[in-house]
Design a protein around this ligand. Structure first.
Ligand code: FMN
Length: 363
């Protein structure tokens, strides 16, 4: 896993990355430091080290792994253990665990420490039925009387910061983020990320930023606001005026992987990321994924989805998508992507941030 093996970015792309990255200001949430207040949110089947590392290189201030089952870790499940891997070049990464029982979570957290994450995060936002019916994910928000012991037991097992990612509450009748934050603080949790929807809302409607701002303004712990920040202009507006200490972006960076950098472009500046820049980062992501797995089929599945997301909003994206999904071979798929991105020359991306995109997930 030697990072010097990857193909360097072109001078033009690297200069844009360097210029915009320099404008970021490092932040500290509790005792955890990040390169900027714009973080990549955890996403299952996406936030393994290849995508996380690429996002850090493209200006993201820090990342979190996908949700990882504490039971899978404790059983020594091979696939689960691989999810714990952190690349040596990753700088600000946390590992997110999910589970319903404090002892199992504490045991798994100790194993996770071997990967040397900067913090351990607890998933308390997953709305998926399979997770919730077992009492984990957002179901943890339902019975706050158990939370003190839950947090305390996990905290005692680790010697790095403990953090949580929650929703605003279970449903409209149980909006209890503030109570959860106070319990978390008592038990030494260091920051709280909040997706501004309830569990019953799943991904419907809008994230409730009014509530997020209110919670952040009163919170005894640093708050990371999350939900619907799908474009650099939305991020800029929120960064300019917010009570939140930081922000997490999940779906936005999938279609616009330059969103973290673009959030630092000044209004009078003409800095753009071209389709050929997209091809360069596609190659970089491919190289990182080759370090992650040598299974050709897995690589194909991973690269297909990212390439199609990267193409969103570019011309002929629908046609490109069809070609990619019909192509059974990895090398041929990469060639199709190269031809596609390079044929577009200077075309600009146009994404409608209000258009429905990925309306289910684990948090
Ligand atoms: C495909 C997908 C997978 C997700 N997986 C996780 C996860 O593993 N853990 C978690 O806490 N949240 C997960 N989430 C929720 C996101 O972290 C985030 O809270 C949510 O998507 C709202 O942010 P956004 O509007 O920027 O996408 C996932 C979301 C999506 C779309």
């Amino acid at each position: 896993m030697n990072i010097t093996q990857v193909t360097p970015f072109s001078k033009g792309l690297q200069e844009k990355i360097d210029l915009l990255s320099k404008r970021r200001e490092a932040i500290q949430l509790g005792s955890v430091s990040f390169a900027s207040p714009l973080l990549l949110a955890p996403m299952s089947n996406i936030c393994a080290f290849p995508f996380r590392l690429l996002m850090e290189e493209l200006g993201c201030g820090g990342t979190v792994s996908e949700l990882i089952s504490c039971h899978g870790i404790n059983y020594g499940n091979e696939k689960t253990i691989r999810m714990l891997s952190i690349h040596p070049e990753e700088k600000h990464v946390g590992i997110q665990l999910f589970g319903e029982d404090a002892e199992s979570m504490a045991k798994a957290a100790k194993v996770a420490l071997e990967s040397r994450p900067k913090f351990i995060d607890i998933n308390m936002g997953c709305p998926v039925r399979k997770v919730v019916t077992k009492g984990s994910g957002s179901a943890l928000l339902k019975d706050t009387s158990k939370l003190g012991n839950f947090f305390g037991t996990i905290k005692k097992a680790i010697d790095i910061p403990l953090t949580i990612k929650i929703r605003t509450g279970w449903d409209d009748d149980m909006i209890n983020a503030k109570e959860v934050i106070h319990i978390a603080r008592e038990e030494g949790v260091e920051f709280v990320a909040i997706h501004g929807r309830t569990r019953t809302q799943q991904y419907k409607g809008q994230a409730n930023w009014e509530l997020l701002e209110e919670i952040a303004s009163e919170s005894p712990l640093p708050i990371i606001g999350n939900g619907d920040l799908h474009s650099a202009s939305l991020v800029k507006k929120r960064m300019a005026k917010s009570e939140c200490d930081a922000f997490m972006l999940a779906r936005g960076p999938l279609r616009d992987p330059f969103i973290f950098l673009e959030s630092y472009i000044k209004d009078n500046e003409e800095i753009t990321f071209t389709p050929s820049d997209y091809w360069e980062i596609t190659k970089r992501l491919f190289e990182y994924n080759q370090m992650y797995t040598d299974r050709e089929r897995t690589l194909l599945v991973i690269m297909r989805k990212h390439m199609v997301w990267f193409a969103a909003g570019l011309s002929n994206a629908a046609n490109f998508r069809n070609m990619i999904f019909k192509c059974p071979e990895l090398d041929d798929s990469m060639k199709i992507a190269e031809d596609y991105f390079l044929s577009l020359e200077t075309a600009r991306k146009q994404i409608n941030p209000d258009e429905a995109f990925m309306t289910s997930g684990h948090g």
